[in-house]
Structure formats: structure tokens, C-alpha cells
Design a binder for this molecule. Structure first.
Ligand code: B12
Ligand code: SF4
Length: 452
């Protein structure tokens, strides 16, 4: 008999890219879980960011994903469905780091990647033998022969026209603040090239669009992780006439051949983690690929290939002083960065940063809803929380003012139909957040009292 699986992606209440219309982006994690589900199950995915959830909805089993800022909402929903007598399984970055916490709200937790675990969860559920935790015992699962995600499940969601796809998981750098190495492992695992190409072939172009018909976001943390792999994959992308976007390490700017392959295969933009201008900070977080004296040149070389840059900066690292905001602002203007992505340092559970700040007694709150990179949830070393918050919101406001946007985009060689709307989207969210900040809504409710 067919069983019904309801997969839910909960929404976070705040954050720059959390719930805003401009960031109606698809959720790949639950789509991957759906793809791993055997055909005797009927799967529905509900993404609270783009649709409302019927709390009386029927299902045989409920699966809920959670990132840290969505965890409180995810737990609330799990409690609700369990009160209704339904079994709830949780997965995703946050609950994988804190399975014991999650088990207070759900019946079962999938720790880490669903591949290799999910079919067993469903089998156990069907034979009424659901276990509390499912985890990989031999490291990380193989990325070979992954089932193809069924994008039809998203056909009514009115997401922005972009398909998400992975070629790699994992990252060896293990930057202190980043959740990726703990979650996906300290080596790059590449998917077989032919399987990536088959997945691309399976994607349907977005109907009714003149531009951005074949837009793909490779959600890899570093699209050039394995140079040999990238050298062979990139030329093969040409047949799909993609406009693609991804993350890359700064090493890409030192590799003219790869940059050219990116350009020829339709790369419109790269998210680059510049993070900080302080060599001391870079040493402390372990980001070995970055050298601040090269940043302007890195941007120039990427721009020379018509590729736009989404530059990420983290504020509140231990060596940051009050000048950190102006240094970032000056750089993004001078280097004509197409999109600036500022974050307040946030100690996500499971990261080295979280362990260290915990030991140093510097965590101010474990209200996960505030872990959205727009609040200060720890005690910074060289700034006060107020200085950090004020500087962060000033940088956001200035970078996404009309003047700031024009200054950065004027004369850009990057693909404008991609970056102009993206800036408008960020401007909209940044303004809403700045307003909340000026109304005092981004302060911690009870600073220094909630650590437990
Ligand atoms: C693309 C992306 C985004 C996109 C799209 C997010 C989305 N809708 O999915 C955007 C730009 C919107 C975004 C936003 C944010 N992001 Co983001 N994002 C990513 C990125 C690069 C890829 C996500 C992805 O698709 N991964 C691939 C999928 C397959 O992996 P997955 O989702 O983890 O799913 C697997 C398992 O976890 C598990 N699983 C997941 N869910 C479930 C559910 C069940 C029931 C089961 C059984 C299993 C299961 O199975 C899946 C397959 O193996 C990751 C980094 C990374 N490498 O993952 C960061 C990452 C997830 N983001 C992160 C953060 C912090 C944010 C923001 C808070 C940033 C901000 N400044 O606001 C916001 C939060 C948004 C929100 N929901 O409120 C952190 C999360 C840390 C944490 N502990 O939560 C990450 C890990 C980045 C990092 N370097 O630390 N993000
Ligand atoms: S910040 Fe980037 S380079 Fe550093 S560990 Fe995370 S994914 Fe790897």
C-alpha cells in the first residue's frame, strides 16, 4: 500500500536571506531525501518560506530539515505533529550536530547525509522498528549512483528560476567558523562527471523566459576543489548553454586556464570568501587560501573574465577593531564587487569556533533563532556587541544604498541581468533588516543570561 511522506523545510524568522521573496530559492536537501524514497511512498514537500503549512495535513511519516536558525521552528512543528500521533524524523546540518537536542522533539534523527541511511529509516518505520539515531559508521557515503532529484515536486512553488546541483561535497580547510567540514568531511568528494552531466541533461529549462532559462547554482563549497575534475567537467557544460553560479576558493584567480574554462562554460558569478583583511584573523580561522594583499588583484582577474563576484566578509573575528567595516566598504567599492555578503561571526554548533567560544565562556545565548548571522550571539574580543551590530548594519546600509549599488556595478563586465536583480533583492532585505535593527529588534533579548 502507498504510504504518504511529508517533508517540511521550516522558515527562519529573521536573517538577510531567510524568508524574503527575493530569496525564494529551492531547497536541495529535502529534494535529495525525496529522491532516495522508494516508489511505494507518495512524497509531498512543503517549504514554509514560499507556502503555508496546513497543520492538520495528513501523512504517515513526517520528515523535517533544520539549519540552526530554523531549528526552533522545526522543533515546534515536530512537537505539533507528534502531539497529533505522527512519527517525525529530522535531518539536516543543525540536528546532525546536536542529535540529542533534536530527540527531545522527534522520534528519530538522521545524522549527516541521507544517502545510505534513508531507505533503512523507511524500512524500519514500516516494520515499526524506528531507531532513535541513524548515522554512517564508515565515514562519509559514496556520491556514486545518487538518484536524480525530481524537480517536478517543485513545479508549483514559484521559486526563482534556478536549479541547484552538487558536483562535490566536503572541504579540507575546516575554517574555524564553518560547518561544512564537520558535516561533509575533510576531503573533497566528487560525484562521477557523467552522473553530473546526466542530471544536467534531465533539467527542464524555465518556461516563458528569454533570459536565465538554464540557470544553475552548483552548491559545492568550492567548484574548483579538484583541478583535474574541474578541467574535464567545465568544457562539457558548454552543451547546456548554462548561466551558472558557484562558490570558489581564491586559488581560482591564480589559475588562468580554469578561469577561462569557467567563462566559456557560462559562469556568471562566483561566491568568494574574502572573510577578513587581517592576516592574524586568517591564521586564527585557518583560511590558508587567502592573502589580503592579493584581494584587489584577485577581483581584477575574475572580472577580466566577465565573471561577477559575490564577496563574503565576516565581522567580529578576534582581531577585528572598529575599522573593519570601513576596510570592507572601501574594498567593495574599489574592487567593484557585484554583491557584498556581510555576516556577523556566528558559532554554529559542531564548529571549532563553537567549541572554543564555549570553553572561553563567550557564548551569550543558545536561542538558535538568533543564529542568523545578523545578531551578535557571542562576546566579541575587540569590539562590544553594540559596536559590532552597529558596524554590520552600517555596512549593509551603505553597500545596498542606491549610490553604493551604482558605484559597485557601474562599468561591470559581469552579466547584468543576473547582478542587477540580485542587488535589488539584497537591497530589499537589507533595508528590512536595518529597519528592524533601528527599532531595537535585532538586540539580544536577555544578553549574558541565557548560556546554559
Ligand atoms: C545553498 C545554500 C544556501 C542558500 C539556499 C538555502 C536552501 N534553501 O537550501 C541560501 C543562500 C538561501 C542560504 C541561506 C542561508 N544559509 Co546556507 N548554505 C547553502 C549551501 C552552500 C548549500 C546547501 C545545500 O543545498 N547543500 C546540499 C544538500 C544536499 O545538503 P543538506 O541540505 O545538508 O542535505 C543533506 C543532509 O543534511 C540530509 N538532510 C537534510 N535535510 C534532511 C531532512 C531529513 C528528514 C533527512 C532524513 C535528512 C536530511 O540529507 C541531505 C542529503 O544528504 C550550504 C553549505 C553546504 N555545503 O551544504 C550553506 C549552509 C547550509 N548555510 C548556512 C547558513 C548559516 C545560512 C544562513 C543562516 C546564512 C545567512 N547569512 O543568513 C541562511 C539561512 C537561510 C534560512 N533557511 O533561514 C550554513 C548552515 C550552518 C548551520 N549549522 O545551520 C551552511 C552549512 C554554510 C556554512 N558554511 O556553514 N544558504
Ligand atoms: S569557509 Fe569555505 S573554505 Fe572554509 S571550511 Fe568552509 S567551505 Fe571550506
Amino acid at each position: 500500500m502507498t504510504k504518504r511522506l511529508l517533508l517540511i523545510s521550516p522558515v527562519a524568522s529573521t536573517g538577510l536571506v531567510a524568508k524574503d521573496f527575493n530569496f525564494r530559492l529551492p531547497v536541495l536537501g529535502v529534494l535529495k531525501v525525496a529522491a532516495l524514497t522508494p516508489p511505494n511512498w507518495h512524497v509531498t514537500i512543503l517549504d514554509e518560506k514560499v507556502e503555508s503549512l496546513d497543520l492538520d495535513q495528513g501523512a504517515d511519516l513526517v520528515g523535517i530539515t533544520a539549519m540552526t536558525p530554523t531549528a526552533p521552528r522545526a522543533y515546534g512543528l515536530a512537537d505539533h505533529f507528534r502531539r497529533r500521533g505522527l512519527k517525525v524524523v529530522m535531518g539536516g546540518m543543525h540536528v546532525s550536530a546536536l542529535p540529542e537536542e533534536a530527540l527531545e522533539h522527534c522520534d528519530s534523527v538522521v545524522v549527516g547525509e541521507a544517502e545510505g541511511l534513508w531507505p533503512r529509516v523507511l524500512q524500519d518505520f514500516e516494520s515499526q522498528a524506528l531507531q532513535h539515531t541513524y548515522r554512517h559508521i564508515n565515514g562519509f557515503p559514496s556520491l556514486e549512483h545518487l538518484p536524480t532529484p525530481n524537480w517536478e515536486l517543485y513545479c508549483d512553488k514559484r521559486y526563482l528560476p534556478v536549479h541547484f546541483l552538487e558536483t562535490t561535497r566536503g572541504c579540507p580547510l575546516d575554517c574555524e567558523f564553518c560547518a561544512v567540514t564537520t558535516a561533509f568531511g575533510g576531503s573533497y568528494r566528487n560525484r562521477p562527471r557523467e552522473e553530473v552531466l546526466a542530471e544536467l541533461r534531465n533539467l527542464r529549462p524555465f518556461e516563458g523566459r528569454f533570459i536565465l532559462k538554464n540557470c544553475v547554482f552548483f552548491v559545492d563549497d568550492n567548484i574548483i576543489s579538484n583541478r583535474g575534475y574541474a578541467r574535464e567537467l567545465l568544457p562539457r557544460l558548454a552543451e547546456f548553454k548554462l548561466k551558472w553560479f558557484s562558490h570558489a576558493s581564491m586559488n581560482i584567480a591564480r589559475d588562468p586556464e580554469i578561469l577561462q574554462l569557467c567563462q566559456r562554460s557560462g559562469c556568471v558569478g562566483l561566491f568568494i570568501g574574502f572573510e577578513t583583511f587581517s592576516a592574524e584573523n586568517l591564521r586564527a580561522v585557518g583560511k590558508r587560501t587567502n592573502h589580503p594583499d592579493e584581494y584587489v588583484e584577485v577581483a581584477r582577474r575574475i572580472h577580466d573574465h566577465g565573471i561577477g563576484i559575490d564577496a563574503s566578509f565576516v565581522f567580529g573575528l578576534d582581531a577585528d577593531d572598529e575599522g573593519v567595516f570601513d576596510r570592507a566598504l572601501e574594498f567593495v567599492e574599489r574592487a567593484k564587487i557585484e554583491v557584498c555578503y556581510y555576516s556577523v561571526l556566528t558559532p554554529y554548533p559542531g564548529t571549532r569556533l563553537s567549541h572554543r567560544l564555549e570553553q572561553e565562556g563567550r557564548i551569550l545565548t543558545r536561542d538558535w533563532s538568533l543564529y542568523d548571522m545578523s545578531h551578535v550571539v557571542y562576546r566579541p574580543r575587540s569590539l562590544t556587541p553594540d559596536q559590532l551590530l552597529a558596524g554590520y548594519y552600517r555596512a549593509l546600509k551603505e553597500s545596498f544604498s542606491w549610490g553604493g549599488i551604482l558605484q559597485r556595478l557601474w562599468g561591470t563586465t559581469a552579466y547584468k541581468p543576473f547582478f542587477y536583480p540580485m542587488n535589488l533583492g539584497f537591497r530589499h532585505s537589507a533595508r528590512a533588516l536595518c529597519k528592524a535593527y533601528h527599532q531595537g529588534r535585532m538586540d539580544l533579548p536577555h544578553p549574558k543570561t541565557t548560556s546554559n
